[in-house]
Design a protein around this ligand. Structure first.
Ligand SMILES: [Zn+2]
Length: 420
């Protein structure tokens, strides 16, 4: 059974987690007999040593942490480090030296600190192909709580089956508190579970963030689009999937939107700021203005990666769907979008969306001491100066006056403006 180790990031439960990195505990009433560690005890890897010591500590009712370690050369060369994350994260099996200490060791710092100065420690090194305990001191100077082990941070975990079910509930709209409550009742109380409400919330949030459309989701969306096309022959849709059948991008537009685009699609805005759906995939609508001055949607896309290839695909779909390129496009100053526009819509006038532009100005220059004055001047140049030369002069004046001619947002925006 795969376990969600709450001290690490949540593994992708669809992936096969290698045996060596799985974290096992005493489960289903089956108690693993753990002999106390002793000098001379050998293990095949640092991981086995670490796991053995953790089981011992769990059974005794205390927690340990890695006080010091030394990475094996082969892993160091691969870029693994103490502060690494993901595949560069230092794991016990990559170490040639590990010193474990009781979490209550160390020097007491202030009131409320749990540190007692306990000297308990276990020290193991890799030698002649084996990981051997060189020294170990198992004496604590504080009481141990074996009954509370399951709720200590080191040992809290969510088993794979429970977590999968919690994710299904979450997708179905069940709140995390309810999700946790159901599990609590099923297991018959707090004393029988190995995680708390917050652990579940964190694990679900990590999974929500990391989850993308699965092959089944892509198929579901495809089926929905097909049903729409069957109902309305003018409905246009397209889905891009990767080699594994996993969703990457989608584009669609209904008959009404396609019709209005014919009349009002001269100038469009394309915006990827909406990323509020469950899958954290940006929702990007193509928007225009009709003869009543109202915003109208021409088409929409879901984009899993905000990179140039994705935008190229989306814009090509727009071309296929509408049959013609717009005369002008407004959007934010996103480099990937700019490149895609140049590739798919060469010659189309590309302008910055004013709202985004002012947002970006405050994001990039807002920390300057003269920001208020700069902001007023920028707004004056944008809103009040219709003549291009006047605008030019005003913009350059701000850059010179406040030393913003160098590389930075003001210069980039100016280069963008002067580019045809
Ligand atoms: Zn201790």
């Amino acid at each position: 059974m795969a376990w969600v180790d709450l001290n690490e990031s949540v593994p992708d439960l669809n992936e096969n987690v290698p045996e060596s990195s799985q974290y096992r505990l005493i489960t289903d009433g089956q108690e693993v007999i753990v002999n106390p560690p002793s000098v001379g005890m050998c293990f095949t890897t640092g991981h086995e040593f670490f796991e053995f010591c953790q089981l011992y500590a769990f059974k005794e009712g205390f927690e340990m942490f890695i006080k010091s370690n030394k990475l094996k050369k082969e892993y160091k060369e691969k870029g693994v480090s103490k502060s690494g994350v993901g595949k560069y994260e230092a794991k016990p099996h990559m170490m040639e030296l590990i010193r474990l200490k009781c979490k209550k060791g160390g020097v007491k710092k202030g009131v409320g600190s749990n540190v007692t100065g306990c000297k308990m420690n276990i020290y193991g090194v890799s030698r002649d192909g084996l990981f051997t305990i060189l020294t170990c001191d198992l004496q604590h100077i504080h009481p141990l709580n074996p009954d509370c082990s399951r709720l200590m941070v080191n040992y809290r975990c969510i088993d794979g089956t429970t977590f999968k079910r919690a994710m299904i509930n979450d997708m179905g709209g069940v709140s995390i508190s309810k999700n946790f409550g159901t599990h609590l009742i099923e297991k018959g109380g707090y004393e029988n579970i190995t995680f708390n409400n917050r652990d579940l919330r964190n694990a679900i949030n990590v999974e929500r963030r990391s989850s993308r459309f699965s092959a089944a989701d892509a198929a579901g969306l495809d089926a929905y689009f097909k049903a729409q096309r069957d109902l309305h022959p003018e409905f246009y849709s397209s889905i891009q999937v990767d080699d594994d059948g996993v969703f990457t991008n989608a584009f669609w537009s209904d008959a009404r939107s396609r019709g209005t685009c014919k009349y009002f699609g001269d100038v469009i805005t394309f915006d990827t700021t909406f990323a509020c759906n469950r899958y954290r995939i940006p929702f990007a609508p193509f928007i225009g203005v009709n003869h009543h001055g109202k915003s109208i949607i021409f088409a929409a896309a879901l984009i899993s990666h905000e990179n140039t290839p994705s935008f190229v695909w989306v814009f090509e779909e727009f071309l296929k769907c509408m049959g013609k390129a717009p005369l002008g496009i407004l959007n934010d100053q996103d480099k990937a979008i700019c490149r895609a526009i140049e590739l798919v819509f060469p010659g189309v006038r590309h302008r910055l969306c004013l709202w985004h532009m002012l947002q970006n100005a405050s994001k990039n220059l807002g920390s300057l001491s003269d920001w208020k004055k700069i902001d007023t001047l920028i707004r004056t140049a944008i809103h009040d100066l219709i003549d291009p030369d006047e605008f030019d002069e005003a913009w350059c004046h701000v850059m010179d006056e406040y030393g913003l001619r160098g590389p930075g947002w003001m210069k980039d925006a100016y280069v963008f403006y002067t580019k045809e």
